[in-house]
Each structure stands twice: as structure tokens, then as C-alpha cells.
Design a protein around this ligand. Sequence first.
Ligand code: URA
Length: 243
Amino acid sequence: MEERLQKFLAAAGVASRRASEKLILEGRVSVNGKVVRELGVKVLPGHDEVLVDGKPVAQEKKLLYLLMNKPAGYVTTVQDPHNPQTVMQLLPDIRERVYPVGRLDGDTEGLLLFTNDGEFAYRMTHPKFKMLKTYIATVQGTLTEDRLRQLREGIMLEDGMTAPANVKILRRENHKTIVEIAIHEGRNRQVRRMFKAVKNPVLALKRVSIGPLDLKGVAVGEYRYLQEHEIKKLRQRLGLAPL
Ligand code: URA
């Protein structure tokens, strides 16, 4: 979001707001190559180049972390020329550049994170960091004990064996089984492919949690900012320094 130049300078630690105003009036500040001498000019942090006495002002990027309850029918990309409905359209009020952490299929619902913190995104999705993702899958047919065991122990897919998964039957309905499955890998369409391999294709899929985060209080299509204690906990688990 744009902010007044003196506020930007103060936030960057150049000087107090008052002293920053003085720097501006003295003609010591330039924005995108042009000296600014009046108050009231606004800049976009991370976009405009601001110099004081010819030296760039170091800008601290504000790290953002959002949690969305993604509806089915939206693709997880920043831009997709073939599909006008991307998850980014569900964040109309976010002016900063954020991107999805991992992905959910277009027809999958549920918990999707967004951030502008590249290291966080990398660690959340890399299997090495073992961040557990839990899904509720409605699958066709009866999931037998034998198939359940196969899913738990690992399934051979075309890109290799899956790691052991936590799998629990929640209930059986007419010709359907509702299953909770937790995995820390994130291969393309992994859950769907696992169930297809045991001949119980997925009819509906929803991600209900990632590590300690769940969808409580976030309606489908809505999002919220992560709270400080949540960010702290996740960063700790991922071996990242506190902010
Ligand atoms: N596994 C899938 O098959 N689809 C998803 O969207 C996420 C995990």
C-alpha cells in the first residue's frame, strides 16, 4: 500500500517522521530519480526507489501469511490464461504480491496458505520438513481393510512409492466411504492417485488442516491473516528464526 514519504522513511529507520520531513524539505530525498522537495508525496514500498543523500533506503519487506478456505472451481496459480477463475481472485483486498503455498487441484476444496515469504513456502511444501496435511476424502465404494493397509504402508504410483500415511475411516455410506488421510508429501494429485490405485476413486476432496492450522471460523471462499502465535509456531517447526 502507498504511504507518505516521511512515514516510509521513518519506518525504514532513516530518521523520525519530523526529521524525515526536514530531509525532504531540504531536497535530500529522491524518488525514482527525481528530487522531492514538498511533503505529501506517496511511495509504494518495495516498488519505488527512494534515495537519501544519493543512497538507497534499505526496505524491509513485510512478510504476510494468509489462510484461505478455497472453494472448488478455482485453480491454484497466480495467472492462468486458460482458466479465468484463479485463487488470486479471492484475495481482492490484498495489494501486496503474495502467492499460494503449494497447490490444491481445481476441484479440491479447503485450506490453502498464501505468503510472500519464499523460504517459508519452500519449507512448508518440502517433504523433508514433514509438515502434515490432512484431507477428508469421499471415495467411491467400500474401502476394505486390505486397501486401507496398502494406503497406510505406501502405494506404488508412477512417480514412486508413497510414504506411509495416516488413514482413518470416518464413516461408510451407500456405495461411498468417507476417509481422513494425512500425508506430508505433496505430489501432484497425490491423494486422488492413491485412492485410484486401490480402486476407490475420489469423489470429493477437502484439505482440513496443515500442521497446527485448521479451517475453524473461515467460511468457504473466505480468508484470514495468520495470527502471530501461529506464525511463531510454524516457523519454529520449520526451523526458521522468529520474526
Ligand atoms: N492431493 C490431491 O490429489 N489433490 C489435491 O488437491 C491435494 C492433494
